[in-house]
Design a protein around this ligand. Structure first.
Ligand code: FAD
Length: 506
């Protein structure tokens, strides 16, 4: 569901240039201006289009503007106006290889597209090229319930997989809220509310099939391998987890799956201060309670959540928790966690035993981004995504909240606090550039703060275009040099999603 709030403008983008200033609604990013890379020539695209139609069929190739627009942006803040020149829908790994070979031959950029729920402009066509929509490859190709693994094509989404697994008493727990494609989640190293117990995509991907820029097919753990452990050579799988489409198309992912717990119990508990809530979280983890979810929402977020969902939770820093296990285990985990919350001044827990009630609770939590936008009609929001060692979280949140309050910007705060991962939605009116500037400055200060606290500029959304400026500070020059040399080895002409993670060097 894409909101094109700048459709009144007709943009003819210049080769390799981001639009500056002349659109009230654009939120430009400087690094694109520094690159000398150019869009492909019109003649090149015309020939490529004919070749693609010959190989894939007319129905699998489009150059209509509405479809190109739809594929050139995600759910995050618009960073520039560059559209892909073509959109294609491969139906198999072989067709992905053909696309890669044809694009490589003409030196045309390729941009993998999952479901477009990313938040850092990962799918935008920074230098034009071909957007490759993976949604038609939507089969579960290998399912081994007794080994707890499944292999999916890129069009299978998280909810689709869980719908299939449910009948077998199994589930895939990595949950970014949005119904993202599992290969898109692999590409961004997604996580979400269950990561504190079940890990992120990094811990849950066993093998990946990738079509490289030149059309070759790689199996990162070896073809058909699906062992839970391996010490065989370099960890190529984790090179591709988080590669954001910049190293190849992920055409299959083999994932760990889990038994649905006998019992799930959710709870909500309010605190007088953010520190008391985060201290509770730290102490729960230090006590080794195997908590499945522990999420924080601040007073601003709770107020919006109440108004929007007709709920009546206390407007205060609040923890959302969930316990999984056998009935006895869940009861004892919950009792222990309740005592810890009590010790930190938490008001009485409100429990949700039934799945309907639990779903309502988590829906309210997951919908908070949309709630924020709907509570501020006509506005957009910069979503921040930093992660720090958990003991640094109270400092980070307290300082960030004070900064937001001083700025006058609306900014609900929430986080997957069990992992030290923290977000704000910095609301701005797209018709007021000064508001966008303020929100951007706040986001920059928050990111710097996280890096100073030994954290990262992105816990789960990836670098895309939005975080490019921070990567070098986080990784240091040697780290960046190493990443770029891997990129150059696998994609010497920088054709795979150029202009993401770092500037195109070709
Ligand atoms: C309301 C909301 C809440 C969210 N909450 C969370 C959260 O809690 N945790 C979290 O981790 N994320 C969250 N996200 C972000 C988003 O859902 C993730 O980034 C998701 O993993 C992207 O998957 P996608 O299929 O939509 O990928 P897309 O947005 O289509 O693409 C994202 C990136 O991956 C690349 N890519 C996609 N598919 C492939 C492929 N098959 N091969 C190679 N590269 C590919 C793209 O080129 C792009 O760089 C949220 C998003 C929204 C809108």
């Amino acid at each position: 569901m894409h909101c094109w709030f700048f459709t009144s403008q007709v943009f003819k983008s210049l080769p390799g240039k981001a639009l500056v200033g002349n659109s009230r609604n654009f939120h430009c990013i400087k690094p694109l201006l520094q690159s000398t890379r150019h869009r492909p020539l019109v003649e090149t695209i015309t020939t490529l289009r004919q070749n693609l139609i010959k190989s894939l069929g007319r129905d699998s190739v489009s150059d209509t503007e509405a479809i190109r627009k739809q594929h050139s942006r995600d759910e995050g803040v618009e960073r520039h106006n560059h559209l892909a020149d073509l959109v294609v829908w491969p139906k198999s790994t072989e067709e992905c290889s053909i696309i890669a070979s044809l694009c490589s031959e003409k030196k045309v950029p390729m941009i993998p597209f999952g479901t477009g729920t990313g938040l850092e402009s990962g799918v935008c066509a920074a230098y034009g090229g071909v957007s490759v929509d993976m949604s038609k490859m939507d089969q579960i190709v290998n399912f081994n319930p007794e080994d707890f693994d499944v292999t999916v094509q890129p069009g299978v989404t998280r909810k689709g997989l869980n719908h299939f697994l449910k009948d077998h008493g199994l589930w895939f727990p990595v949950d970014p809220g949005a119904d993202a494609s599992l290969c898109g989640m692999t590409a961004t190293s997604a996580s979400g509310t269950n990561a504190v117990r079940y890990g992120t995509m990094r811990e849950n991907v066993l093998n990946v099939e990738v079509v490289l820029a030149d059309g070759r097919v790689l199996h990162t753990a070896g073809e058909n391998r699906r062992s839970k452990k391996s010490s065989a050579g370099f960890n190529l799988t984790n090179l591709f987890v988080g590669s954001e489409g910049s190293l190849g198309f992920i055409t299959k992912a083999t994932l760990k799956i889990y038994g649905i717990p006998e019992m799930m119990l959710s709870a909500v508990c309010a605190f007088t201060t953010i520190k008391a809530a985060v201290d509770t979280c730290v102490q729960i983890l230090q006590s080794n309670i195997p908590i499945a979810r522990i999420e924080l929402m601040d007073d601003v977020a709770m107020d919006m959540c109440n108004n929007h969902n007709k709920l009546d939770y206390k407007v205060a820093p609040t923890l959302f928790l969930e316990f999984h296990g056998s009935e006895d285990s869940v009861k004892s985990q919950a009792k222990f966690a309740g005592e810890i919350a009590d010790y930190n001044g938490g008001s009485e827990f409100r429990w949700a035993y039934e799945s309907e009630e639990r779903n309502r609770l988590w829906k309210a939590r997951h919908d908070i981004y949309w709630t924020t936008l709907q509570s501020n009609p006509g506005c957009r929001a910069i979503i921040t995504d930093v992660c720090v060692p958990i003991t640094r979280l109270p400092d980070l949140i307290t300082q960030t909240k004070a900064d937001i309050q001083e700025s006058g910007i609306i900014g609900p705060c929430l986080g997957h606090v069990g992992d030290g991962n923290f977000h704000t939605f910095l609301v701005f009116n797209p018709n007021k550039p000064e508001e966008f500037k303020k929100a951007e400055t706040l986001a920059a200060r928050m990111t710097k703060r996280a890096l100073d606290l030994n954290g990262t500029c992105t816990g789960e959304h990836g670098i895309g275009i939005g975080k490019m400026n921070y990567l070098e500070k986080e990784m240091g020059p040697v780290g960046i040099e190493m990443m770029k040399s891997i990129k150059k080895t696998l994609d010497p002409h920088w054709l795979m999603n150029p202009g993401k993670i770092f500037l195109s060097e070709y």
